[in-house]
Ligand binder design. Structure first.
Ligand SMILES: [Fe+2]
Length: 177
């Protein structure tokens, strides 16, 4: 016969079973806020390039950048909702994006090549941040966030592959650095 047991209120543990430790929530949420701010910044810069790029391969550039912007925008909701799932706080405003982002605001590129090289640099910086975020989440055994970061890393590497292949042979190699 099963015996019903009642846990005395005084001994109840409020942390949900299987939940991350409070320090993990604090550190990962902070990291994801920075990541989200960077991704919003990269989205706007990629869209900006989509709108302003010109030249002999306009249609190809224009379509490639729209495809990349769409993929980047899809990341934003996933990052913010992951932050909420672990019990953290995400971003609420443009001001918070500006406060937390690490990507530069450089937008003075005029040629198609310099616009594309600028995006290479931004995507490379995001890739490095994703690797750092992955390391942090792995340290806290946050397996679901590491799994999502692996997908975002692969997508970022794909965007870099396309941008670099598009710029192959460009004599102004990394002229924006
Ligand atoms: Fe468009």
């Amino acid at each position: 016969m099963a015996i019903a047991t009642t846990i005395p209120a005084s001994t109840r543990v409020h942390k949900r079973v299987g939940a991350l430790e409070p320090i993990a929530v604090t550190e990962i949420s902070k990291d994801l806020r920075q990541l989200l701010a960077d991704v919003f910044a990269l989205y706007v810069k990629t869209k900006g390039a989509h709108w302003h790029i010109s030249g002999g391969h306009f249609r190809d550039y224009h379509l490639l950048l729209d495809e990349q912007a769409e993929q980047i925008f899809a990341m934003t909701d996933e990052i913010a909702e992951r932050t909420r799932k672990i019990g953290g706080t995400s971003l609420h405003s443009i001001a918070e994006i500006a406060q937390h982002k690490r990507l530069s605001d450089q937008t003075d590129s005029v040629t198609a090549q310099s616009l594309l090289w600028g995006l290479v640099i931004d995507n490379e910086q995001l890739l490095a941040s994703l690797r750092n975020s992955h390391e942090l989440c792995a340290q806290h055994n946050d397996v679901a966030t590491t799994s999502l970061i692996e997908v975002w890393t692969d997508q970022t590497e794909r965007r870099l592959w396309f941008l670099n292949a598009t710029l192959e042979g460009d004599p102004t190699h990394r002229s924006t650095e």
